[in-house]
Design a protein around this ligand. Structure first.
Ligand SMILES: CC[C@@H](C(=O)O)C(=O)SCCNC(=O)CCNC(=O)[C@H](O)C(C)(C)COP(=O)(O)OP(=O)(O)OC[C@H]1O[C@@H](n2cnc3c(N)ncnc32)[C@H](O)[C@@H]1OP(=O)(O)O
Ligand code: CO
Length: 132
């Protein structure tokens, strides 16, 4: 794993949170994107070498909607940049981690993504990202 690619934050209202994080970080988000596969609308802020990804649910079945039903707004996942996502999945499987999708999915910002179940990672949802 090469660096933290982004930190995902679950929010109820993307527009309001864009304004809040713009005030916090002193800069505006540089892009927004809907990812239909995950039923989310996202916005990204660049912070040095990494990013903050705000996520709002676009459907009641979205993982973000389910998360907000049980918990509050806040850090939802940490995403690591990897060079070879399939090799990393094999390595992590061998180490005993629970992979949620062995076949990488299309994520935001032109990336292939794989998630690890938080119950195998001390309660933290982990995302692996490989640039396409
Ligand atoms: C924009 C696209 C992409 C990108 O390019 O960056 C994204 O970031 S998409 C982000 C949204 N997508 C996902 O989160 C996909 C992966 N997540 C899942 O598959 C599910 O959310 C889950 C992690 C498997 C949980 O789903 P489910 O089992 O249906 O939910 P439960 O509510 O039953 O939870 C079981 C258990 O796990 C705890 N949990 C759930 N989410 C998280 C989380 N984000 N962080 C930490 N823990 C989490 C939940 O509290 C339950 O715990 P217990 O109650 O102790 O059993
Ligand atoms: Co993410």
């Amino acid at each position: 794993m090469r660096k933290i690619e982004h930190i995902g934050i679950a929010v109820k209202d993307l527009e309001q949170s864009n304004a809040l994080f713009a005030k916090l970080l002193g800069k505006n988000h540089f892009k927004t994107e809907e990812v239909d596969g995950e039923k989310v609308a996202t916005s990204f802020f660049q912070v040095g070498e990494t990013k903050v990804e705000l996520l709002q649910a676009t459907d009641n079945n979205s993982p973000i909607a389910k998360y907000l039903e049980k918990k509050s707004e806040g850090v939802h996942h940490i995403a690591f940049d990897v060079e070879d996502i399939l090799a990393e999945v094999e390595r992590l499987k061998t180490e005993g981690f629970e992979i949620l999708n062995e076949t990488p999915k299309l994520g935001a910002d032109n990336k292939l993504v794989v998630f690890l179940h938080p119950r195998s990672t001390n309660g933290v949802l982990i995302e692996l990202c490989q640039e396409i």
